[in-house]
Write a protein that binds this ligand. Structure first.
Ligand SMILES: *[C@@H]1O[C@H](CO)[C@@H](O)[C@H](O)[C@H]1NC(C)=O
Ligand SMILES: *[C@@H]1O[C@H](CO)[C@@H](O)[C@H](O)[C@H]1NC(C)=O
Ligand SMILES: *[C@@H]1O[C@H](CO)[C@@H](O)[C@H](O)[C@H]1NC(C)=O
Length: 633
C-alpha cells in the first residue's frame, strides 16, 4: 500500500515536474526585457528605413547580448510635415474605425492597409522581436471625426441596444492625456463600445505581428487602471505572447504599482530619463522603494513584471520633444554612464538602449554589453539598497553648485537660484525688463527682489534669427516681434521651455538652453506687467530660490548571483572624489548566511583585484561614479 502511494507520488512528481518545466520555458518576461527603443535618438521622427537599419544593427551587434526587442516609440501615425509636433492636432493617419495607422509617408510598407505587418516580418526575419508605442484610449482626431467602432467578432460596426456606436460615445474629453492634451483621451471602459474599441486596437496590433507594446499615458500621474486591466485581458486572450509595458512613471509609488503589476510585464517608475546627472540621481530613492516592496520580478501578465527605470540615453541622441533625429552625443560623463548601467543592473530594470545604432561608438557598446552588468541584470536576486556604508569627501561642494547654477549666483548654502517656468498669474513672475548694454545689444533682465539686491543683474541676450531655409523664413515671419533669447557667453543656445518633457528629477520648473531654432518653445514676449511669456506653452519665465536638488552623499546596493557570489556596488553622488567603505560585520547584516571573512574581491569596471577581504572594503570613487565588486566567498 505504502509502496503504491510512493509510486503514484513519484509518477505525479514526474508529470508535475515536466509540466512546470514546459510552463517555465514559456514564462513571459522571466528576466527583465532587453532591447532598443527609438525615442532617445529619434524622438518621434523615425522612418521605416531608419528603423530597419537600426534593427539590422541590433541583430548584428546586440542580439548576442540579449537585446531582442526593437521598439518604435510614439507618433508613428503622425505626418512629419510643418506644423506637426508632439501635441499638434490633425496630422495623424487614422483608418475608417478611428484607429491610428502608420503614416505611409514615413512607413511606405504600410500602404494598402498593411499597417506594421511588413516591418514586423522583416524584424522577425532578423531574429528579433518587434514592438511599438501606443497611447491611452482614443485619438482626439477620431473623436472629432466621430468614426464608428469596429466589432472584431463580426467585422462590422459595433451595435448594442439597437444602436451603432461611435467615437463620440466613448471618448472622455475631460480625461485627455495630461502630457499630450490635444492628442488622446480616455475611453469609457464601463461601456461595451469602449471595451470593443480597445479590443479592435489590440487585435489589429496582434494581426500586424507585434511582440511588445509600450502603453503610454496610463500610469503614474496619468493612472488609468481600468484601461490597463481591459487591455491586459485582451492581450491574455490573444494567442501571441506580447510583453505589456506601461508608461510614464511620474510620481509612481509601489502602492500604485501593486494594483496593476499582475496585469503587465513592466512599468515605468519615474518620468522620462534623459542624459543629465539629476535624472540619474533621481532613480536611487525610487528604485530602493520598489526593491523594498518586493516588486522586482513579481508576478505579471503570463509571467513576471519589472519596475522600469526607463531607456538608456547613451551614445548618439536627440533632445526631448523635438522634430529632429540624432545629432549629439550623450552629455553624461563616462562615470555617470557607468553609474547608470550599474544601478539599472542592480535594480534589475529592463534595459532598453536609446542611442542611434548607426553611430554606436565603441565605448558605449562596451558599456551596454558588459557581461557582468548583464549577468546581474538578468540573474541576480535579493537586490536591495545597502545602507551600512560611510563616505569621506575631502573637497567642497562649491564646484558643483557653480555648475548647477550655471551663470546664476548662489544665495545660500542649501538654496540656489534657478531660472525656470511658472504660471503667468504668479506675481513672482513679474521681474523682467528690457535694457541695452554698453554695446547697444538688447537684453531682457531680471530685477532682483530686496533679499537678493546685492546680486548683479541676470540678463538674457536677444539672438539674431538664423535664416537658413524657406521654412525658417516662414517661422521667423510668424514669430515677428518675439524674443529669441540666449544666455551670456552661450550664443547658439536659446532659452527653451521644457514643457514637452515629463521630468524625472524634481527640478520641475528648471528651464533649459537648447540649440537655437525657430520654434514656439524658444519664442518669448515681454508683457507690460513684467512677465516674460512663452509662445508655445503660454507659461512664464521666473527666477526662484530652490533647494539644491542633487542629493549628494554615498549610496550602495547589494545582490547575490546565480552561483552564490555577492555583488556590492558603491555610488558616489558627491561632486568630489569620495572614499566609500563598509565592514565585514556590516556586510553580514545584509546576508547573515554568508561568511564574509574569507572572500576574494574584484572590481568590475577597472578589473582591479582587491585581494581577499579582511575587516573592511574601501574604494576611492570619482564624482558621480561607482565601484562594483564581485565577492566570492
Ligand atoms: C561623440 O562621441 C564619440 C565617442 O566618444 C566621439 O568619437 C565623437 O567624436 C563624438 N562626437 C561629437 C560630435 O562630439
Ligand atoms: C556599520 O554599521 C554601523 C551601524 O550599524 C555604523 O555605525 C558603522 O558606521 C558602519 N560602518 C561602516 C564602515 O559603514
Ligand atoms: C501679466 O499680464 C498678462 C497679460 O498680458 C496676464 O495674463 C498675467 O496674468 C499678468 N500677470 C500678473 C502676475 O499680473
Amino acid at each position: 500500500m505504502d509502496n503504491n502511494i510512493d509510486k503514484i507520488m513519484l509518477c505525479f512528481f514526474f508529470i508535475f515536474g515536466f509540466l512546470s518545466k514546459s510552463v517555465l520555458s514559456e514564462i513571459h518576461a522571466n528576466t527583465p526585457p532587453r532591447g532598443w527603443n527609438s525615442y532617445d535618438s529619434f524622438c518621434w521622427t523615425i522612418s521605416e528605413e531608419e528603423f530597419l537599419h537600426n534593427a539590422h544593427l541590433i541583430s548584428e551587434k546586440l542580439h548576442a547580448h540579449g537585446y531582442e526587442y526593437a521598439v518604435v516609440d510614439y507618433l508613428w501615425y503622425r505626418k512629419l510635415v510643418p506644423g506637426a509636433y508632439v501635441d499638434s492636432l490633425g496630422f495623424d493617419v487614422i483608418d475608417e474605425w478611428g484607429r491610428v495607422i502608420p503614416d505611409p509617408g514615413r512607413w511606405p510598407s504600410s500602404k494598402g492597409g498593411k499597417g506594421f505587418s511588413e516591418v514586423a516580418k522583416k524584424v522577425h526575419d532578423m531574429g528579433l522581436k518587434f514592438g511599438f508605442h501606443v497611447m491611452r484610449g482614443i485619438s482626439t482626431q477620431a473623436v472629432n471625426a466621430n468614426t464608428p467602432i469596429l466589432d472584431v467578432t463580426t467585422g462590422k460596426a459595433y451595435v448594442e441596444s439597437g444602436k451603432v456606436w461611435h467615437a463620440k460615445d466613448i471618448g472622455i474629453k475631460e480625461r485627455a492625456c495630461g502630457w499630450m492634451k490635444n492628442g488622446f483621451m480616455s475611453v469609457d471602459t464601463s461601456l461595451g463600445a469602449g471595451r470593443a474599441f480597445l479590443r479592435s486596437l489590440y487585435h489589429q496590433y496582434a494581426d500586424w505581428g507585434v511582440d511588445f507594446l509600450k502603453h503610454d499615458c496610463v500610469f503614474g500621474d496619468d493612472f488609468e487602471p481600468e484601461e490597463i486591466k481591459v487591455v491586459s485581458g485582451v492581450l491574455k486572450g490573444l494567442n501571441r505572447p506580447i510583453v505589456y509595458s506601461l508608461s510614464p512613471g511620474t510620481s509612481a509609488t509601489p502602492a500604485m504599482a501593486k494594483q496593476i503589476a499582475p496585469f503587465v510585464n513592466m512599468y515605468r517608475v519615474t518620468g522620462d530619463d534623459w542624459d543629465n546627472w539629476g535624472d540619474v540621481a533621481a532613480h536611487f530613492d525610487v528604485s530602493r522603494n520598489f526593491a523594498t516592496s518586493g516588486m522586482i520580478g513579481n508576478n505579471g501578465l503570463l509571467g513576471n513584471s519589472w519596475p522600469d527605470l526607463d531607456m538608456l540615453p547613451l551614445g548618439w541622441l536627440t533632445d526631448p520633444g523635438v522634430n529632429v533625429g540624432p545629432h549629439r552625443n550623450s552629455s553624461l560623463t563616462l562615470d555617470e554612464q557607468k553609474t547608470q548601467m550599474t544601478l539599472w543592473s542592480m535594480a534589475r530594470s529592463p534595459l532598453m538602449f536609446g542611442g542611434d545604432m548607426r553611430n554606436l561608438d565603441d565605448m558605449t557598446y562596451k558599456l551596454i554589453t558588459n557581461p557582468t552588468i548583464l549577468e546581474i541584470n538578468a540573474f541576480s536576486s535579493n537586490n536591495k539598497e545597502f545602507p551600512y556604508i560611510t563616505g569621506t569627501t575631502h573637497q567642497s561642494l562649491e564646484q558643483d553648485l557653480k555648475f548647477q547654477t550655471r551663470n546664476l549666483k548662489e544665495v545660500g548654502e542649501s538654496e540656489k537660484l534657478v531660472l525656470g517656468i511658472s504660471s503667468c498669474h504668479d506675481p513672482e513672475a513679474k521681474g523682467w525688463f528690457l535694457q541695452t548694454d554698453d554695446t547697444n545689444a538688447e537684453q531682457v533682465c531680471w530685477r532682483w527682489g530686496a533679499k537678493s539686491k546685492k546680486l548683479e543683474p541676470f540678463c538674457l541676450y536677444k539672438s539674431e534669427p538664423t535664416l537658413q531655409s524657406d521654412e525658417d523664413v516662414n517661422h521667423n515671419e510668424k514669430y515677428q516681434g518675439k524674443l529669441h533669447l540666449h544666455a551670456r557667453n552661450r550664443e547658439g543656445f536659446c532659452f527653451d521651455t521644457s514643457s514637452k518633457r515629463r521630468l524625472t528629477s524634481k527640478e520641475h520648473k528648471r528651464a533649459s538652453f537648447l540649440p537655437c531654432r525657430p520654434d514656439a518653445n524658444q519664442m518669448w514676449e515681454l508683457s507690460y506687467n513684467g512677465t516674460l511669456v512663452n509662445s508655445y506653452s503660454g507659461s512664464c519665465a521666473s527666477i526662484k530660490a530652490m533647494k539644491a536638488t542633487s542629493p549628494g552623499g554615498v549610496r550602495s546596493w547589494i545582490a547575490t548571483g546565480k552561483k552564490g557570489e555577492v555583488y556590492l556596488a558603491y555610488f558616489n553622488m558627491n561632486p568630489a572624489r569620495t572614499v566609500i567603505s563598509t565592514t565585514v560585520s556590516n556586510l553580514s547584516k545584509a546576508f547573515p548566511n554568508i561568511n564574509f571573512g574569507s572572500c576574494s574581491c574584484k572590481e568590475v569596471w577597472s578589473g582591479k583585484d582587491y585581494g581577499s577581504l579582511r575587516h573592511s572594503l574601501s574604494a576611492s570613487v570619482d564624482s558621480h561614479g561607482c565601484a562594483l565588486f564581485i565577492l566570492t566567498c
